[in-house]
Ligand binder design. Sequence first.
Ligand code: HEM
Length: 223
Amino acid sequence: MTRTIWDSSLGKKTVMAVSGIVMLLYLVAHMIGNLKIFFGPEEINHYAHWLRTMGGPVLHYEWALWLVRIVLVVAVVAHATSAYQLSRRDIRARPSKYVHKKPSASYATRTMRWGGIILGLFIVWHILDLTTGTVHPGGYEHLHPYQNIIDTFSTWYGNVIYIVAVVALGFHVQHGFWSAAQTLGVGSRSRDRVLKTVGTALAVLLTLGFVAVPVGVMTGLVS
Ligand code: HEM
């Protein structure tokens, strides 16, 4: 029974919708947290410290952070696996044996696929840049996100990578939010406009909130 649900297209879409919402909630919190950079180094560096001590004294140092990390890894893997399996199914279902030219995927499907790939690559780069410091330009300092962020956005490629990713995220959320609503049965004809507006509003909010940081560094507002 469980296996049948998991194997069904609806099961996979449900996994995508739920994991997508989990990541979306994280991103709203992350975007708001990042804006602390506009209040100065103490504020955002203190926030980085709090991320490690939250849940204390019940929880040990970094336990809550690791819990969040585990939930996010599970969400990313579940989301990507279901997306891949659904897209294979989609390709197999096409009547390509009978026509020479394969019918091309819709604009929304292509945007979601490419957006997903860009975001997957970005997350790896981003962790190597601002969490482990492996590809970070300049001397990476643990628990000093203020200076680390300034270093990242003092390079042209840092700005390009982050801005491209954040714009891709906007498109992904805009369509993904609406898709998730359909899968979870929230969508209906009368609610279609409201859901599309909420999806677009969330996408614009996230994109602008994230983009504000590199723009702040580039304009010298954050220095
Ligand atoms: C301008 C945009 C962004 C900035 C300035 C930024 C900044 C940061 C910083 C400073 C950290 C490390 C926090 C710490 O360890 O104290 C971090 C972690 C993280 N960011 Fe971002 N971020 C941005 C966009 C994004 C986006 C678009 C995503 C996802 C699509 C993302 C996903 C993550 C994740 C998953 C972590 C956690 C890594 C860990 O476990 O430590 N970030 N970000």
